[in-house]
Design a protein around this ligand. Sequence first.
Ligand code: CAA
Length: 291
Amino acid sequence: MTIRTVGIIGAGQMGNGIAHVFALAGYDVLLNDINPDSLQKALATVDKNLERQVSRGKVSAEDKAAALARIRTTPVLAELGPSDLVIEAATENETVKQKIFDGILPHLKPETILTSNTSSISITRLASRTDRPEKFMGFHFMNPVPVMQLVELIRGIATDKPTYEALKGVVEKLGKTASSSEDFPAFIVNRILIPMINEAVYTLYEGVGNVQSIDTALKLGANHPMGPLELADFIGLDTCLAIMNVLYDGLADTKYRPCPLLTKYVEAGWLGRKTQRGFYDYRGEVPVPTR
Ligand code: CAA
């Protein structure tokens, strides 16, 4: 099946990045969000990030204009009906995702591939509640989507080969690299990355180091582009905690217990960059460690 039109549900941090890379690769994009303001914000973000690429000579001004012209926004989920591929990139909440699938399924063509950008929820379970478990897959992009090279491909127990091959082809057309993961809690990237972040929070909690010394240690000692606490703020502390809980519940192993300090930050509403406060305070000119 040829994929030309891609429907993206959710215009947040991930959704706008996914729209950006698909439009730039020549796909027609239908971007949906229940909140019309989020759609406007998403278009402004895509414009800004494309301009960043133009100013660095990575994208031409013509390609930027063509990419923007390929993105159509709509607050009406049913308007994504003509899509050949649908990518759900809504909040990391199974009930929300379930409602979205229930809402869109009656409008889709039988051959449309349905995917979720979930970072941890069981693909097999999400797929089993749709009318097309064989055409359902996990399609996990990394943040920031225009910059990160990897896309994780996760097959549910029922996913068929043509669906998997079609998505591998899409990843190639995007100029990115696919890594295949079996459908177990948090897949590969987050199975390794989020416990590392959780361990960094334990290191802080136990007073082994402060925010600055922990981040400097990993940046300069292990060549990570961001320290683990800076990265936690970038991902969102609520997301990190949700993924730790998926690992803890799904693998039933105490080594995945979330650090109480991570829980406390989330309880405080200090969720990282998106709320302007997490392990750093972003309200001033430069980020200031909160511990
Ligand atoms: N759109 C387009 N381009 C962007 C961009 C965006 N949103 N954000 C950054 N860039 C570009 C910049 O323009 C710059 O381009 P050049 O190399 O051409 O100059 C380049 O990316 C680097 O950006 P900056 O110079 O502004 O900043 P930096 O060097 O500090 O890099 C970073 C920023 C790319 C985010 C880097 O710090 C990094 O790689 N951090 C780690 C990110 C990471 O680990 N992401 C995975 C998170 S986990 C995840 O996503 C999975 C999950 O489910 C939780």
